[in-house]
Design a protein around this ligand. Structure first.
Ligand code: SF4
Length: 475
């Protein structure tokens, strides 16, 4: 019997900005890098295993114009498309989708932070959206595409009688997911700023995050672990496909210590030989676990440090201590594992002294890389709710967008003017990256041409942004 839907196109809609979007978060790339769209990868994994004919048009990664994107969609002639959207780009995205449907595509399913936050409200005014996904890992997309609305779990769908939100019947603590068809994605166009090899493959070993960091859209989301054998099978496929670089895109690796250790021991036993990176927290790390990670090929560990002031860490419910930060970075130095420390500058209530403490901490713990982000009241966060309640931002379109690259302050906090915060961010970048000892050390550690190219292009982009920002301040 012929199925209701056979051909599905996965779409990252076009824009001249480098939007990085997923279902919880959307922002603009701060450098020249652009990573693989995790949502579309995981959605493609299930649809591929379910026998759909798939195509991907990642218009942003491929820098496609709107017209060229429409041409590619028409050439494939899908029955349905799944598109990404975000709070920053929503108006443009839905206008594009309306045109796609006008040209004959029957069904459009969205995924993105703004839909998660106010999807039903938006579907009421945008008939071009037929459904949206609440969860890209476990979802009933296959059932929806085959017209079985009762089974369209983790989705809100449009039916003849109105909108319908379909919850999951049971929420298992573990999940499995097939290996994504990496080869249909434009792999050559994706770059992580610190990768050694190109192209790379993305994998997940868990979904979402149980921690409660107040400023983070992933806070207290329904954490689940992927079965160890399923993870190792995916890695075996990655090896078979010839990748040398892998990124574990878990929001927080090693929340489940037993699962993490089992994966790492499995990787060591299988001698995969990948170089890989992941994100985690300092309170989940210890020397033994980090030793296993290094043995399994991890060469970059991204850690949310956020602030050099314990009071700020506590107020925003980060749940870590300065002592844990110092310990983890000391172990990283001892084990020779590269680190990327991320910081948030300008949370409401922060003073200039707090910012200075954060910069001092960055210079003391000496991560390999630092990412200084300005606080942004992102969709779905407790921080956003608090700032709305305090009247610091408005819940209108402008308030929804704010600064999406997290490189320009979008509001003043009372203690810090936006311009002062921006000046401090630029100072922090210069103080950290332009130390002669740092530059020398980086040059010595470069071990591949790809690594050199990444540093050169992102370093130049960073310096260019500093110059632009200084110019903007003078005019
Ligand atoms: S640990 Fe990371 S992903 Fe989890 S809530 Fe905190 S900042 Fe977000």
């Amino acid at each position: 019997m012929k199925r209701a839907t056979q051909k599905v196109l996965l779409l990252n809609p076009p824009s001249d900005r480098l939007y990085i979007r997923d279902q919880f978060c959307s922002h603009v790339s701060k450098g020249t890098y652009y990573w693989q769209p995790l949502d579309l990868l995981q959605i493609s994994a299930r649809l591929n295993a379910q026998g759909y004919e798939l195509s991907i048009v990642d218009a942003i990664a491929e820098r496609l114009s709107a017209e060229e994107t429409q041409r590619r969609i028409s050439r494939f002639a899908p029955d349905a498309l799944v598109f990404m959207t975000g709070s920053d780009s929503f108006a443009d995205d839905v206008a594009f989708i309306a045109e796609v449907k006008r040209r004959g595509v029957g069904v459009a399913v969205g995924i993105g932070d703004i839909l998660r936050e106010k999807g039903e409200q938006l579907m009421a005014t945008h008939p071009e959206i037929d459904a949206y996904l609440h969860d890209f890992v476990n979802n009933g997309l296959h059932a929806f595409l085959q017209g079985r609305m009762d089974d369209a779990a983790n989705m809100t769908v449009r039916t003849a009688t109105g909108l319908r939100k379909v919850e999951e019947r049971d929420s298992p603590r573990t999940f499995t997911i097939p290996t994504p068809p990496y080869e249909i994605f434009p792999l050559d166009r994706y770059r992580m700023p610190y990768n050694r090899y190109h192209p790379y493959a993305t994998i997940i070993t868990s979904s979402w995050c149980p921690f409660g960091c107040n400023f983070c859209p992933f806070a207290r989301t329904s954490y689940r672990v992927r079965e160890v054998a399923d993870v190792l099978r995916n890695m075996e496929d990655i090896r078979r496909m010839g990748f040398r670089q892998m990124h574990m895109a878990d929001w927080t690796f090693a929340v489940d210590r037993k699962q993490a250790e089992a994966i790492l021991r499995g990787m060591i036993k299988a001698k995969f030989g990948f170089t890989w990176s992941c994100l985690s927290r300092v309170d989940l790390m210890d020397r033994e676990l980090m030793g296993l990670m290094v043995e399994a090929g991890c060469d970059l560990l991204e850690l949310g440090v956020e602030s050099g002031n314990q009071e700020i860490l506590d107020r925003y419910e980060k749940g870590i201590t300065l002592e844990q930060i110092h310990d983890t970075f000391r172990w990283a130095h001892e084990l020779n594992i590269s680190t990327l420390a991320t910081f948030v500058l300008g949370l409401p209530g922060e003073t200039h002294e707090d910012l200075q403490k954060t910069l001092d901490l960055a210079l003391t713990i000496e991560p390999t890389f630092c990412s200084f982000n300005v606080a942004s009241p992102r969709m779905g966060t407790e921080l956003r709710r608090q700032m709305l309640a305090d009247g610091l931002i408005k819940d209108d379109e402008e308030g929804a967008i704010l600064d999406s690259s997290r490189s320009q302050p979008a509001f003043s906090t009372g203690q810090l003017a936006a311009a002062e915060l921006q000046r401090f961010r630029q100072l922090a970048i210069r103080k950290f990256y332009l130390r002669p000892s740092y530059l020398l050390q980086r040059l010595r550690r470069i071990s591949s041409l790809v690594e050199f190219q990444n540093y050169a292009s992102n370093g130049l982009s960073l310096i260019w942004q500093s110059i632009q920002s200084a110019r903007a301040r003078r005019t």
